[in-house]
Design a protein around this ligand. Structure first.
Ligand code: FAD
Length: 394
């Protein structure tokens, strides 16, 4: 990886050096493609990302992609934990829908890795890649597309020319808007509070999701009797949970988990994120593609955002490599539209199902309360339906 700020030409410019932007560039290592990654952040904050409270649940498929990108080796093994089982419960009912690792014939359903470690490992891999230039402390202000190339204007005045712009600049993607691509946006008027807690009783590597009408309460089993605790709550409740003393917060969580973990204790800070989901109306246009959250900004309740981001960038990497092999211009719509249709097929069902689940499980009306009990039993008992959910994890 080279760091420079001169005006220059690239084959691909990735706007956004978040986890998806970097992973995409890693997928094109050892090719002849000249890539630039532009990010507002400093090099130091990208190489040493701060803890942000997110514990990322990775599927088996994501693990395969991270191995292929040669990133997985950089994640310290003792800081990875396994999810053996996942249980979904409705309110205080004891009945639960469960997904077990034996149902996908793997040693676990997935893995938990803190987000800052994923970002750190991606950066370590990036450092060893020769065909990528990192442009830090700079922002892409505008994009202009012509038949033969795209031109990007940087905040510090540079003009960059490229064959393809890949926007990985978050769910509120400015590049997407500048290209005139709108997105289906849903504001849930809720917030998510994430934090790490240690607890007396073992989690036995089980992830829990309790749906409690105005609030959902989830736990992701981490190492050393710790769990990533995820609370979705109304704005008022979020404010009170964020301000609450540590002692009171611990008690609140013990109650919310029906005392399943015994005594609980907050470790570190509480972090809050707004619950806004986005789905771009198009993923591509001539010499332009959106990836990661800029394409599909998922609700974190089903933990699929980064997993879908990896799936999408893997598809785009493959289409670009195929175009190179066949000596086809990588920025033309014919190449990019294969990426669009494959990602749409993978993402739309997960996005719609996730939003549907949230509607159903946070509604207080009686038919919804009855339906959700029925759905837990239905998915548990009807094998093909359960298999559809399990296939996402493989
Ligand atoms: C609480 C929480 C829990 C989550 N848990 C899970 C989980 O368990 N499993 C899972 O798969 N996913 C999870 N996710 C989702 C996951 O974190 C995101 O999908 C992922 O971080 C998206 O990465 P990204 O690179 O697309 O975007 P981002 O991480 O948003 O990065 C965007 C980057 O673009 C840069 N940028 C923006 N605009 C410009 C510009 N104009 N010029 C230059 N740079 C720019 C920014 O500086 C930033 O570095 C969770 C999310 C949250 C909020």
């Amino acid at each position: 990886m080279i760091s420079k700020k001169k005006n220059t030409n690239f084959d691909i410019v990735v706007v956004g050096g978040g986890p998806v932007g970097i992973a995409f560039a890693c997928g094109l290592a050892n090719t002849k493609i000249k890539i630039a990654i532009v990010d507002k952040q400093s090099k130091n904050s990208m190489s040493n990302p701060k803890v942000d409270g997110r514990e990322i649940a990775l599927t088996q498929h994501s693990l395969k992609i991270l191995e292929k990108l040669e990133v997985w080796n950089f994640v310290p093994k003792k800081l990875i934990s396994a999810i053996k089982e996942a249980r979904v419960l409705d309110g205080n009912s004891k009945y639960f829908l469960n997904f077990d690792h034996s149902e996908i014939k793997k040693e676990c359903l997935g893995y938990i890795v803190p987000n800052y470690l994923i970002r750190k490992s991606l950066f370590k891999r990036l450092k060893s890649i020769k065909n990528v230039t990192l442009i830090n402390n700079n922002e892409c202000l505008s994009v202009n597309i012509s038949k033969k190339f795209a031109t990007l204007k940087m905040a510090k005045g540079e003009i960059i020319k490229t064959s393809l712009v890949v926007a990985a600049d978050s769910r509120f993607s400015k590049m997407r808007s500048k290209m005139g691509i709108s997105a289906f946006t849903r504001n849930f008027d809720k917030n998510m509070i994430v934090c790490r807690m240690k607890h007396k009783k073992s989690h036995k590597n089980i992830a829990y999701e309790f749906f409690r009408y105005n609030q959902t309460q989830a736990s992701l089993p981490y190492i050393k009797n710790q769990s990533g605790i995820v609370t979705t709550a109304t704005k008022d409740l979020t404010e009170s949970l964020m301000k609450m003393s540590k002692r009171k917060f611990n008690k609140e969580m013990e109650n919310n988990f029906n005392n399943s973990f015994g005594k609980m204790e907050l470790i570190g800070k509480r972090y809050t994120y707004p619950m806004i989901t986005t789905y771009a109306k198009k993923f591509i246009s001539h010499r332009f593609a959106v990836i990661g959250d800029a394409a599909v900004g998922m609700h974190p309740v089903t933990a699929h955002g980064f997993n879908l981001g990896l799936k999408g960038l893997d598809i785009l990497n493959n289409e670009i490599k195929n175009a190179l092999k066949n000596k086809i211009d990588i920025g033309i719509t014919d190449v990019l539209k294969k990426y669009q249709s494959k990602l749409h097929r993978a993402a739309a069902p997960v996005y719609l199902a996730t939003n549907g689940i949230i509607n159903l499980y946070t509604s207080n009306i009686l038919p919804a309360k009855i339906t959700r009990q029925f759905i837990l039993r239905f998915v548990n008992i009807v094998k093909p339906v359960k298999q559809t959910f399990l296939n996402i994890l493989k």
